[in-house]
Design a protein around this ligand. Sequence first.
Ligand SMILES: [Cu+2]
Length: 140
Amino acid sequence: MANGNTPGAVVPFNRSMAFGVAAIVLLPVVPAQAEESSSRGLVNETKPSEIRIVSTEFKYAPSKVRIAVGRTATLVLDNSGAETEHGLYVPAFGFRLQAKAGEIARNTFIFDKPGQYDFICDLPGHREAGMKGTLTITAF
Ligand SMILES: [Cu+2]
């Protein structure tokens, strides 16, 4: 009873179920260039002066503002307590700020000509109602 030879090839069941390789890696898509070019650090050593003017119906506070000639000045029109839109316009320089009710507008400018200049709110009727002031550019 010798069963010496096993006839036929024994085919091993290949049960290697290919689990696992479904590696779904969700790489967050990084925007190619997160453009955050902070232009900070380019500002002059001298801190630019900031002048805040509060606008209400229908006046400015203060209504007389003094700025040094030739220096970077940031004008802030604080219209946060107003019930309507207001502006601040300096015709001599073509400088303008505009802020809706409840908003604050700001802009940086260099007033390069000494003198006394009017600023107004040029919305219809506002100047006549009292929204005007004087901007004095002085050589400190
Ligand atoms: Cu106004």
